[in-house]
Design a protein around this ligand. Structure first.
Ligand SMILES: [Zn+2]
Length: 445
């Protein structure tokens, strides 16, 4: 196994490679990196993964991430040797991804207008820190441990800091969280405080906070755990793995995600590219990314709403100048991302190029939904007995919108990812107090 894994620049015209222990999040020309594997995992592992669902007390089998450890074996360890796993792999006692699998939710299906047996919704909010981030954090902190990092660093407005703080506390390492000063409600960072993370306020917006966190990581030997870290993407591949496994590795027609920094889109795309290349799946599911109307960078650029050009990966020949001009336009007009769904309130998605690559590979689509639609989506999930945050509602109403537009066909099999659990206690209270809302059940006296 030694020498199997390495890092490679995603730009096919550059393709610079780095050893697996490198902590660079980009190549020296500033392009994002992929974790690559030389070996092709045998699809007989499907049976191994299934058997591990009976964990027999092994936390790495219990873990919804490490159950698939052969498919993200960047530590290049003997994955059957539990002692070796314990030495390398970082886990919240097997809890990351453990409760995540796709469910049928009949009230959501009825609202969307799709038959119940065609719709699967996969809640990632039941992860220990309350969001999908624990999937990728398990793998990123494993790499941090592999390179001997003493401190992990992130910029975050909520979910990332909660997950990073929890893993850091478990591993006994430090965690610095950079936030734009005065812009984040302190309650959003409550988990980060609880887990003992050091909050650092930065003058400026989220992009400035991210930039400073990356600089500090570089200059003060911190280890970056934002989704620009390619090892985050590796753990997040297990989200589609779990969905596919529950569908007996028979590809659905669609996998639908809310779109923020596009780490999920990127990881789903990478997972599907690898599975297809290894011959594990024949059919490639299409990815749909649902932006908020108030933070619609991908949808605007992908659908040609800026300067009329439909931005594409184009086999690595992306018109990056169009992206730059779009960002300059946002700055010039003073347009800031604005949505109550803070988890996807992102104007400059750090993984946009990997996201475009994923959409090209899967013949994907991008669209937008409004805040009030997302609240309906969130609320109908609740009526099925599942809890999710507002951004996750985007998956539900995004599917509804794409069915109404006949982009998703009524007999397509659709998997929607519900990315996180409710963090804002007042959102459902406000929603249900207003009888005009579609699913409101106002209090009686
Ligand atoms: Zn490069």
């Amino acid at each position: 196994m030694q020498g199997d894994a390495y890092l490679k620049c995603i730009d096919p015209h550059c393709g610079l490679e780095y050893p697996i222990k490198s902590t660079n999040v980009e190549c020296e020309k500033g392009h994002l990196l992929d974790v690559k594997y030389k070996n092709k995992p045998s699809d007989s592992l499907k049976e191994t993964f299934y058997q591990r669902r009976n964990s027999q007390g092994n936390i790495f089998n219990e873990s919804g991430v490490w159950r698939f450890r052969e498919l993200l074996n960047f530590c290049q360890i003997d994955t059957e040797n539990i002692e070796e796993c314990s030495k390398y792999l970082v886990s919240l006692d097997g809890a990351e991804g453990r409760q995540s699998k796709p469910y049928h939710m009949s009230k959501a299906a009825e609202f969307i207008g799709i038959s119940n047996d065609k719709l699967w919704l996969q809640p990632e909010g039941y992860n220990p820190s309350g969001s999908f981030k624990d999937n990728g954090m398990a793998s990123a902190v494993t790499h941090a441990k592999m390179v001997g990092a003493k401190k992990i660093v992130c910029a975050s407005t909520g979910n990332t800091s909660a997950s990073a703080g929890m893993f850091a506390a478990n591993e006994g390492i430090c965690c610095d969280v950079y936030i734009p000063s005065g812009q984040i409600a302190p309650g959003k960072l409550s988990q980060a405080y609880q887990f003992g993370a050091q909050i650092i306020e930065v003058d400026g917006n989220f992009d400035d906070a991210l930039k400073q966190s990356l600089d500090d990581a570089k200059n003060h030997s911190g280890y970056t755990v934002n989704s620009v870290n390619p090892f985050r993407i590796e753990g997040q591949k297990t989200i589609p793995y779990r969905a596919l496994e529950y569908l007996k590795w028979k590809s659905p027609d669609w996998i639908v995600y809310p779109g923020g920094a596009l780490g999920n889109t990127s990881s789903c795309g990478k997972a599907l590219m690898e599975l297809h290349q290894w011959g594990w799946i024949k059919k490639i599911p299409r990815i749909a990314v649902i932006n908020s109307e108030g933070a619609s960078t991908l949808s605007d650029l992908y659908n040609g709403k800026f300067e009329g050009e439909e931005l594409r990966w184009n086999k690595g020949n992306t018109n990056t100048e169009l992206i730059t001009r779009y960002y300059n336009h946002l700055d010039k007009e003073g347009i800031r991302p604005k949505t109550k769904a803070t988890a996807i309130q992102i104007g400059r998605p750090a993984n946009i190029l990997k996201g475009l690559r994923a959409l090209e590979f899967t013949n994907g689509v991008a669209t937008t939904v409004s805040d009030s639609e997302m609240l309906d989506g969130m609320s109908v999930v609740g009526l099925n007995g599942f809890d999710c945050e507002m951004a996750s509602g985007a998956s539900v109403v995004g599917i509804k919108k794409l069915i109404n537009e006949e982009i998703i066909k009524k007999d397509d099999v659709v998997v929607g990812i519900l990315t996180g659990r409710q963090k804002d206690a007042m959102l459902p209270v406000e929603y249900h107090s207003n009888p005009k809302n579609k699913f409101a059940i106002p209090p009686k006296n």
